[in-house]
Design a protein around this ligand. Sequence first.
Ligand code: PLP
Length: 233
Amino acid sequence: MTIARNLQHVRAKMADALAASPWKQQCTLVAVSKTKPVSDVEEAYNQGQRHFGENYIQELVDKAPQCSADIQWHFIGHLQSNKVKTLITGVPNLYMVESVDSVKLANKLNTAWGQKGAEKPLPVLVQVNTSGEVQKSGVAPEECVQLAQHIRESCANLLFSGLMTIGRFDDDTADCFEKLVSCRKTMSESLGIEEKSMELSMGMSDDYELAIANGSTHVRVGSTIFGARNYAN
Ligand SMILES: *Cc1c(COP(=O)(O)O)cnc(C)c1O
């Protein structure tokens, strides 16, 4: 019952952080189940968890059909254009792609989602590299307006829904979150979209409370719910 207890703990912490947040936002908990077995996903599912996040295409394509069909899967990992088709056709209940970071990728997703013949457009977030670290994916903050505009104007099968970032794992985490908030503000001014209608996906196990204090509407929490990951498996 550890997963149940961990989930309860995270939900309580989220509720406290939301009550104290000046943003008066709502926040979705995305349980990041990468490297964890189907049984762990189902244990969280049995506690009412419906939003789950995965980073690796093959793992998600293997896992999703074995898990409850009403799970809402978020793809949060680095996505190569040549894997888009596998993701779209292999995950029947794909809910959102949080890691769109190029025009090329947006176009591929748009085409693949169109070919799938889904009723609704696929919600996507633009991933922003707010830390400037070279190993991190995402567009530079000054490029996010351009990519969002492309998605809105040229990708009819995608629904631009907001921004995602991974914070720095040090004292500057809050700066990353503030930068994402400021990207959203610029986006709102440049494209005439209401700020509050754009999601902010930021915050992980070590910093989700801080992210909520900074306005996060999606926290992606893995190890605090499922325990430490063993990448050797
Ligand atoms: C793995 C991962 C998470 C979850 O990380 P934890 O520190 O285990 O909570 C969140 N977001 C992304 C993009 C990830 O790759």
